[in-house]
Write a protein of this length. Structure first.
Length: 241
């Protein structure tokens, strides 16, 4: 044309197209679908006999944090009404550095041996031929791992589909070790208890909710924060001396 050809010397054009080609961040293999919210943790009890960690050093101490709620198995734009574990990951921005307390909405997990995790996820993922989650694939794997039965009693129970993120408990899942100033160790488990209560959806209810808005949990969290109805959880610590 009268303006001439497109040249690689057009730095702005090349950079803009390069950015456009890369503006989609590859989604996570698991926990691709989720929503985050910022807030703070406030210490309300003296547990210095258990730990010297910064968030728990003094009653009234506030530590900024961010929480990410998520589904686990399906892709980034999948419905939030599927029967699936939910992620409950908390990052504390403490005076001593960042502390990540990752977990789920169920207190136990499918497996204990970490090397089995990729195989477990593959069994739960949709069949690559039909793009459908198929129970024969799930049970083909878990039939060899009877320790997963405890987790299935949660997943297939009424709590298997949380109402939304605000009415969902959280658990550290793993057993952690707290150390106090004297070097004494205590094994603990972390439990996040929602102040608005724990509520779930039955299968029939989930179908109706999904048909209305497949992003209902993210929308509920966003609108609650927007109107000042900030969700709260109480962090409880289960100790095992």
């Amino acid at each position: 044309g009268v303006r001439g050809p497109l040249l690689l010397e057009d730095y702005y054009l090349v950079e803009k197209l390069a950015q456009f080609d890369r503006e989609r961040i590859p989604e996570r293999v698991v926990h691709a679908r989720g929503a985050s919210a910022k807030g703070y943790f406030e210490c309300t009890a003296d547990i210095t006999d258990l730990t010297m960690a910064a968030p728990f050093r003094a009653i009234g101490e506030r530590t900024p944090l961010i929480v990410r709620f998520s589904t686990v198995i399906h892709e980034r734009n999948s419905p939030e009404t599927l029967r699936d574990p939910r992620g409950f990951a908390v990052k504390f921005y403490t005076k001593d550095g960042n502390w990540d307390l990752v977990g789920n909405n169920m207190p136990v997990f499918f497996i204990r041996d970490g090397i089995q995790f990729p195989d477990m996820v593959h069994s739960l993922k949709p069949n690559p031929k039909s793009h459908q989650q198929e129970w024969w694939r799930v049970l083909d794997f878990f039939s060899h791992h009877p320790e997963a039965l405890h987790m299935f009693t949660f997943l297939l129970d009424d709590v298997g589909i949380p109402l939304d993120y605000r009415h969902m408990p959280g658990f550290g899942v793993h057993t952690f070790r707290l150390i106090n100033a004297e070097g004494k160790e205590t094994y603990v488990k972390f439990h996040w208890v929602p102040k608005c209560g724990t509520e779930s959806l039955l299968d029939d209810e989930a179908v109706i909710v999904c048909g209305t808005n497949h992003s209902h949990a993210t929308l509920d969290l966003y609108e609650a924060i927007k109107r000042g109805d900030y969700p709260e959880w109480t962090l409880c610590i289960q100790t095992m001396p």
